[in-house]
Design a protein around this ligand. Sequence first.
Ligand code: SAM
Length: 308
Amino acid sequence: MRHEAFVLEGTNMSELLQNHNFKFQKKYGQNFLQDVKIPRRIAMECTSFVFPEGDVVPDEKADSLILEIGPGAGILTKELAKRFKKVVAVEIDTSLEGVLKESLEGYDNIEVVFSDIMDIDLVPFLNEKRKREDGTLMPVSVCANLPYYITTPIIMKLLEEYPEFNYITVMVQKEVAVRLCAPAGDSEYGAITAQINLFGKAKRLFTVPSGCFYPRPKIDSAVIRIELYSQPKYDNDVAKETSSVIKNAFAMRRKTLSNALSGMYPKLTKEELGSIIAETLGKGSDVRGEKLTTDEFAKLSQRLKDYK
Ligand code: SAM
């Protein structure tokens, strides 16, 4: 791989990758950031901490653990490690071991774990990593340039398994970012948008042109930040039940809600289901799921849970 712009803090990343005989793997969604300004900005905006502008490394690091998914060659990992007390980076591709060892040399607050993030049981894993010397737990957030092939499953895993994250800041494809942040009723509003709102609020931060990556993907990307509710808005059972109503409602997006949900509630006829929907939401019985806010989905799922 030859790419002159891929120079990071005096390290020629192309050379580094070449020296370790690294081969980009499409199946892992490996599009690495080349320009340090982007990961720096992501690192600075990934929590509520206010950092000095530019490449000024703060005197004191922010008291947070950051979970990074997919460090690649470590370009974002370093920017995080300069600003936060601890970074745990989970990487699936063991062929990056030598590259990461070299590029992260000198940082004593980074731990790299080689594993598929989907195989990690987040509760024991993070509870152990968050422990300070005195036994108390550090706040924890996520920051990642996500592999595109698995964006939604990763976001859902993070939200459903570990509600104690403060922020989840991720780079995703631009179209996906629009969907994740769309308001109810918008043409881009989908199951994942409504599901995210069970746990927090998503905000689009900025766009990153495809030319900032190597290899260059076909489409631009965008960074979004989900701020999780400081107190969970719904308890676990309600969130689970609502999530499955949302999935069913959007699986048949063009159908009315009573048609889309009828398979879930075999004890009710479609007419009975339509009446309950109308009465619970104060909307016509022919309403479609895409018009419902997450709060309305939650209200409906609680009203219907005994008819399964
Ligand atoms: N953070 C680097 C950057 O910004 O240049 C690399 C980002 S690249 C888009 C995605 C990274 O996620 C790759 O390093 C890839 O190997 C890794 N990855 C893909 N699937 C993964 C999984 N299931 N678990 C952990 N890491 C994964």
